[in-house]
Design a protein around this ligand. Structure first.
Ligand code: NAD
Length: 363
């Protein structure tokens, strides 16, 4: 559904203030409330509504249930200088992931390269945001992410849930032309199923699979029956999301579970034994083109390559070839200028949380 079909357009600063007020009313300090709000808004601005403010009711629920904890700081588990493993202690992902990224940036500046494992982080949201932080520091970065304890995606050739939506992101700091590849290894992020179930953009063909192998686009395959306003129960559906890219995407999801889940010690998507919390794990690599001694060549060859790829004849007239991150940059510019589109159901769900917490809401 194009933006024009959304019924509401809300100015980003107004919405960000409301979201920050909701988390402050829920007990987060001012800095953490603002970080969560800015990150969620950033996902909407990038066009990833699945990881934006639609998550507010669920985040508040998790906070109230103690699944995600306020005011945490990463704890060092292992420190080898150019590599480190840190524990997010189930803190808000928007707090502990930026701390892990800051550590990676600091260590890559010292050593030229850094590998940082983060485990037990609350939902870290749009992973591309962390690639963008590395880009701002002039670093290439690669992020393998999993969601320990969240089993939603069928492997290639299977119908049962085995993987998490295990996102993957790469950031490349070409001056004035940053590249940000950032996607879930599932055919759609779970949040996109959430958006579709809230009256938003419909799912693409074959996004979901029923236990008998039939393909589906109905969110009920994942959530079972649901009311328009209210929570979605992932355990109520009998089907799964499909991995993207057939055997290749399924293989990348597998490796995200291995590197972000098993290697960090945070755990994989399953088998789940007495796990009360789901949490993100992230294995990140940071590389400095300066340390490689190739910054100038990297930038000129990189720019020339981007220009050459984008000059390829479009398959559909009027729809030029894009580089990773271009779509998000264009959406961001549009939404900053014209406000953020929200479906009425999403807006009503946010207002319901605000009212419950006594936060004043706009008319
Ligand atoms: P998506 O399918 O929209 O793919 C986005 C990627 O494809 C971007 O790099 C984008 O620039 C590129 N792209 C899009 N259209 C393009 C085009 N026409 N030409 C060239 N490149 C194009 O993303 P998704 O899989 O729905 O993921 C959405 C978000 O969900 C991501 O930000 C991801 O990090 C996040 N996510 C987070 C978690 C978590 O546990 N924290 C889990 C899953 C997904």
């Amino acid at each position: 559904m194009p933006d024009s079909a959304h019924q509401l357009r809300i100015p980003a600063p107004q919405l960000e203030n409301l979201i920050a007020a909701i988390f402050a009313a829920g007990g987060c300090d001012a800095a953490e409330s603002r970080r969560i709000a800015t990150h969620l808004l950033g996902a909407n601005l990038a066009g990833h509504d699945s990881h934006g403010v639609i998550r507010v009711p669920r985040y508040v629920e998790w906070m109230e249930a103690g699944y995600v904890l306020r005011g945490q700081s990463i704890e060092t588990v292992t420190d080898g200088g150019a590599f480190a493993l840190v524990d997010g202690k189930y803190g808000f992902g928007q707090t502990v992931a930026p701390q892990a990224v800051a550590l990676g940036i600091e260590r890559a500046r010292q050593h030229g390269i850094a590998v940082i494992g983060l485990r037990n982080a609350g939902h870290i949201g749009r992973v591309g945001a962390y690639a963008e932080s590395a880009i701002e520091a002039g670093l290439v970065s690669v992020h393998f992410v999993n969601v320990a304890g969240s089993t939603l995606v069928a492997p290639f050739g299977g119908t049962e849930r085995r993987f998490s939506t295990a996102p993957f992101s790469v950031g490349v700091p070409l001056p004035g032309r940053p590249l940000v590849l950032d996607f879930a290894t599932s055919l759609v992020a779970e949040g996109k199923v959430l958006v579709a179930s809230n009256g938003g953009k419909a799912l693409p063909e074959g996004a979901l699979i029923e236990p008998d192998g039939r393909l589906s686009t109905d969110p009920r395959t994942l959530y079972g029956d649901y009311a328009p306003v209210g929570p979605r129960d992932l355990s109520a559906g009998r089907g799964a999301i499909r991995a993207f890219g057939e055997h290749k995407g399924s293989g990348l999801a597998f490796m995200c579970e291995m590197l972000a889940g098993a290697l960090t010690g945070g755990g994989t998507s399953g088998p789940v034994k007495e796990r009360t919390r789901i949490a993100n794990g992230m294995l990140s690599l940071y590389l400095s083109p300066d340390a490689f001694g190739t910054r100038a060549e990297f930038e000129s060859a990189g720019r020339a390559y981007v220009d050459w790829v984008l000059a390829a004849n479009p398959a559909t007239p009027g729809e030029p070839v894009l580089a990773p991150g271009d779509k998000e940059a264009a959406t961001r510019a549009d939404r900053l200028a014209h406000g953020l589109p929200l479906t009425p159901d999403t807006w009503r769900n946010i207002l319901a949380v605000a009212h419950r917490l006594g936060v004043p809401t706009p008319d």
